[in-house]
Design a protein around this ligand. Sequence first.
Ligand code: SF4
Ligand code: SF4
Length: 246
Amino acid sequence: MWKESWLGWAWSTLPDKTADWMTLLVIVIAAFFLARRLVWSEARTGTSWKDFVVIVVAVLPFLTGYFLAHGTLDKVAFLGDNLRLIHVLSGEAMILMAVFLFCVTRMIPTRCTGCAACELSCPTGTLESTDKGTLRVFNYSHYQCICCAACVNTCPENAAELRHDISPRGFFQVFSKQEIRSAEMMPCQKCGALFVPERLFTKIHKAFTDEYLHLCPNCRQINVVDVNRRMAPWIKKPGAPTQSTK
Ligand code: SF4
Ligand code: SF4
């Protein structure tokens, strides 16, 4: 188009052989990522149809371009006549996808204990949790996330992930934060205050069985004072009458 315009100038092009090898490399890499999602159970966990769409839409312009340049599908019904159109449309689809493609943080519910270590390590403050009712709720905004992976590296459960996500709705969620995870909280056995996510408690309780684990930090302090008092009865109880000295 540049060359046909009044400028009469064009970008220099890569030699055909180099372009071919680069195209084949992209196709092989895409095939690897597709196979990885289909075969490797670790990658398959949590894979959604969007992950496949991202790979297919990204590779389609290269695949159709390669077939078009080499006439591979020229004799195939429909494709032979329409491959040029498909190639152009796939390029458009890839550009459109780039507009709605975001790098987002995910917390895998089957692994996440709700400990909030990821929140503490997040340098932009986009990941934040609040305790609401019986739940600890994690909120997040993909526009604020810089995809630094600090949360991924901090997570002790390997539950935080960075993923690509196509989201036309997410494109418009500029100012609001979205809920990405909620964890059930456990009450203190003494005062009933919700103080620890249930899954985190279960995990800690496997290693430590101390009765204090069932108490919130506040009741633990009160309890420790009681224990001290039993061991040292001369410590004055609050509200106890003071001994009068005559
Ligand atoms: S650090 Fe990991 S386990 Fe803890 S809340 Fe974040 S994602 Fe969940
Ligand atoms: S990738 Fe970085 S900025 Fe994004 S949520 Fe994780 S720690 Fe925060």
